[in-house]
Ligand binder design. Structure first.
Ligand code: F6R
Length: 637
């Protein structure tokens, strides 16, 4: 890791806007931000070493602090940072939970930090998820007293749950609460469900430090990454203090900093609607964002917005720049109008001045990268269909095998069929045996994973054949980072990037489509996108790459905001049905999808709702009324 270390301002004194009640700093990436937080912790540890005292750290688990721990481990190994004087108290643990369970926070902390640094085992404190029910009350009091006896927490690291919990202090928690057992909120259990392979396996209770315990820390840093945290962070930073959002209690702590990445900060007023906060520098993108926002706020199509609408909503300086509402409205209306095309590969022999794609070459070579074997049809099935029908050379590249999302019962069905067809088959015997004797969170054998991967392959071929694609144009990349058999994937590495680059090099595409979806609950889309970016970086100097345009679609979880869309491909009702049909080929992902996130609708329902909503938003802005729209944003490399 390397980054320019920019220390930020002191907490609690310099909030930039009247909306914000908690000091926060926004970074381009969580990587960069994590290095700075790790540096603050390291400085604290060293300061305490110099004065020969203990450094008492309150630590969190979950996805948020992982990169901070990675950097602390690096500092230990490469820069000699010692943890000999560090005493740690973890925020929480599921209850009941055994230490050796791979879902335990005990396991997590050892895997990510403690096993790799020189902390003394007797200095590690993690709530014990296996104390008996009778001893639990006293255990919690002792945990609290131990923190106090050491002089309190010098530094508390936090993440935030979508319920607004800190630690496991769920909505309803009291300002002065201490370490105790607590019942987990449904949303928290839903968020934890993927790593427990289903919500039924997620414990209902936990032991957590209290809000009072956390607040007693001398310094608090809360980490927030990604758009899935944006809403709750806005409520926490800008809302009133309320037990319904326990993190708002931090408004009363005067040495707290929230460290955010761009996605997590995206709902803050100063980021989302900066014109309400101060005078802005009006870039073209900001103008469009503001006009779309105003149209949605006033419930008026763009062409009906008046000078008064602009003046009443903090945008009078925009009129100062642009002249009248009339001029600005027409300009913005045209910008949006020009994003719409039924020719995603470019319209042959047409004037391309106001079209999102080039007319030439008439027939383009196209690669559609699909993180899992179904994102292609879910996210851009209509566009895929048009590209094939309009005669482009379309290739689909499934980046991962997707095997983890195939249920045991589905795999068993196929193994039993195989067995029936080949009575002697030893492999099917061992697969059936492995599935039937599988317990809890056990990782699948290679054979079982292979079968599950094959199921997804043949489903994908069903869909691509239905959309008229030749099998030779379908590429199964099976990127190695995915093949752990568990939710936790390996980091991206060179072999992943090499596989991506080899395909691009081979096809020399004019267009690449890829999932720009960063809200995937377990991160595979993000790694797949990082793999593409890394490979574009390697290839960008090649001549053929000058001709290559990259279009990002969003996966099942989110859609681009209207003002972000640079290509909008409308669909007729019949095309919507064709897309639905293509999605249905992915049968193992129907009827109770394993990794659903917090949305219980099936993928085809979600995506139809989403494509319909995009069309409605366009229509509400005053553009034509389509049945559905798929949306893309161009990525410049
Ligand atoms: C973890 C903890 C929780 C998490 C929160 C966010 O020890 O106490 O409050 O910080 O649930 O989880 P992630 O970071 O996984 O989004």
């Amino acid at each position: 890791m390397s980054a320019k270390l920019i220390k930020f301002k002191e907490a609690g004194k310099f909030e930039d806007t009247r909306f914000e009640k908690i000091h926060n700093e926004v970074f381009d990436s969580s990587q960069e931000a994590s290095i700075i937080v790790a540096q603050e912790i390291a400085d604290l540890i060293k300061g305490k070493q110099a004065s020969n005292t203990h450094c008492v750290l309150g630590l969190a688990t979950g996805s948020s602090p992982i990169k901070v721990y990675e950097e602390l481990v690096r500092m230990h190994k490469e820069d000699g940072l010692s943890f000999a004087n560090v005493v740690t108290f973890n925020l929480d643990e599921y209850y009941p939970m055994e230490k050796d369970n791979i879902q335990s926070y005990y396991y997590f902390m050892h895997e990510h930090l403690f096993n790799h640094v020189d902390i003394l085992p007797e200095h590690i404190n993690i709530p014990n998820g296996s104390v008996s029910h009778d001893d639990l009350y006293q255990y919690c009091i002792d945990y609290e007293n131990k923190i106090k006896a050491l002089g309190g927490l010098d530094f508390q690291l936090l993440g935030i749950g979508r319920t607004g919990h800190i630690g496991f202090n769920e909505p309803g928690s009291h300002f002065n609460s201490a370490t105790r057992s607590i019942t987990l909120d449904h949303i928290t259990r839903v968020d934890a469900a993927p790593s427990f392979l289903g919500i039924d396996n997620v414990p209902r209770k936990a032991i957590t430090m209290g809000v009072g315990t956390v607040r007693s820390a001398k310094r608090i840093v809360l980490l927030g990454w990604g758009i899935s945290k944006a809403e709750i962070l806005k409520e926490t930073i800008e809302g009133e203090i309320s037990s319904q959002v326990p993190a708002t209690y931090l408004q009363e702590h005067d040495n707290t900093t929230f460290v955010l990445d761009k996605g997590a900060s995206s709902e803050l007023t100063r980021i989302k609607t900066p014109w309400l906060v101060a005078s802005c520098e009006w870039t073209d993108e900001l103008k469009l964002k503001a006009v779309v926002w105003l149209s949605e706020l006033t419930n008026k199509p763009i062409l009906k917005l008046t000078d008064k609408d602009y003046n009443d909503n903090g945008m009078s300086d925009l009129l100062g720049v642009e002249g009248t509402a009339y001029d600005l409205n027409i300009k913005m209306f045209n910008t949006l109008q020009h994003t719409i095309t039924g020719w995603p590969g470019g319209k042959p022999n047409a004037d391309e001045t106001y079209r999102p794609e080039r007319a030439n070459p008439e027939k383009k070579r196209v690669i559609i990268f699909s993180p899992h074997p179904d994102d292609d049809v879910i996210s851009m099935g209509g566009t895929f269909d048009r590209l094939v029908q309009q005669g482009h050379e379309v290739h689909i590249a499934y980046q991962t095998s997707g095997n983890i999302a195939v249920s045991d019962s589905e795999a068993l069905k196929f193994a039993e069929i195989t067995k029936a067809l080949h009575a002697e088959s030893e492999t099917s015997d061992s697969i059936i045996e492995a599935i039937n004797t599988k317990t809890g969170n056990e990782v699948d054998s290679i054979e079982v994973r292979r079968l599950k991967g094959l199921i997804r392959r043949s489903e994908s071929l069903g869909a691509t054949r239905y959309l008229g694609l030749n099998d030779v144009n379908v590429h199964f990349l099976d990127l190695p980072f995915y093949e752990t058999g568990t939710i936790k994937k390996n980091n991206l590495s060179q072999p992943d990037i090499d596989i991506m680059s080899a395909l691009i090099e081979d096809i020399k595409p004019h267009q690449i489509y890829a999932a720009g979806d960063l809200a995937d609950p377990h991160g595979t889309h993000k790694v797949c996108l990082d793999a593409l970016f890394a490979s574009l970086e390697e290839l960008k100097h090649k001549d053929y790459m000058n001709e290559c345009w990259v279009w990002l679609y969003r996966g099942a979880w989110h859609e681009w905001e209207s003002y972000e869309i640079e290509m909008a491909v409308p669909m007729s009702p019949d095309q919507v049905l064709r897309k639905r049909h293509a999605i249905f080929y992915h049968q193992s992902q129907k009827d109770g999808v394993m990794f659903q996130g917090d949305d219980s609708r099936e993928f085809w329902v979600r995506v139809e709702d989403r494509n319909r909503l995009t069309a409605k938003k366009y229509n509400d802005l005053g553009l034509a009324d389509y049945a559905a729209i798929e949306a893309f944003k161009r990525y410049h490399f």
